[in-house]
Design a protein around this ligand. Sequence first.
Ligand code: SF4
Length: 225
Amino acid sequence: MVSTPQTLMEMYRAARRHFGHQGWWPGDGALEICVGAILTQNTNWANVEKAIANLKAADALSVSALHAMPLQALARLIRPAGYFNIKARRLKNFIARVHEQSDDDIEAFLDRPAQALREELLSISGIGRETADSIVLYAAGKCTFVVDAYTCRILLRHHLIDADYDYEAVKELLESALPHDIKLFNDFHAQFVAVGKHYCRPKARCAGCPLEHLPHDPLAGTEAY
Ligand code: SF4
């Protein structure tokens, strides 16, 4: 019988053979990664790139500049990312915490154990689990698994989780089954995003999917998305 760790590693290897190493996170430096992680919720990455380009053009991609900027001015700059008023407030909340705790030094703010950093981020209003874990893994370079809707949909369709999953249970499953290797966690999440974007969409496109050879039910969870 094939174990969950074996199945997960086969999924990763098959996806990587198909897509190649994904080289995540797309972003230049820790602050840009944090900003991208906050802006990317409920939008596609191309829109986030436009918002980050606006911040760069305004010379606003620093903790001090973001902290000094009025909320409405920030919302205008990040408008391409969608939900810009909500995201501007989330960004301001995050930046205020960095300002208070680390004197605008993002590297110092991120420099703490993974669990402590995760808890700190989750205590900031508007920062959810996926965003917090993205910052811990990709900006701070610490071992935590990032779970998202693609991850859950793929694992559900491949019989590795039940329909009543929750974020922490899926994270625990992955972290207990996989070797704690930052490079693996980094690229594993990126591979699942690639599978989800290209094949495991709300209506599964299994033909040609790199995970097609593994047992799966393409209709599982269809009603949930
Ligand atoms: S598209 Fe089909 S084969 Fe690919 S991950 Fe989804 S359920 Fe599995």
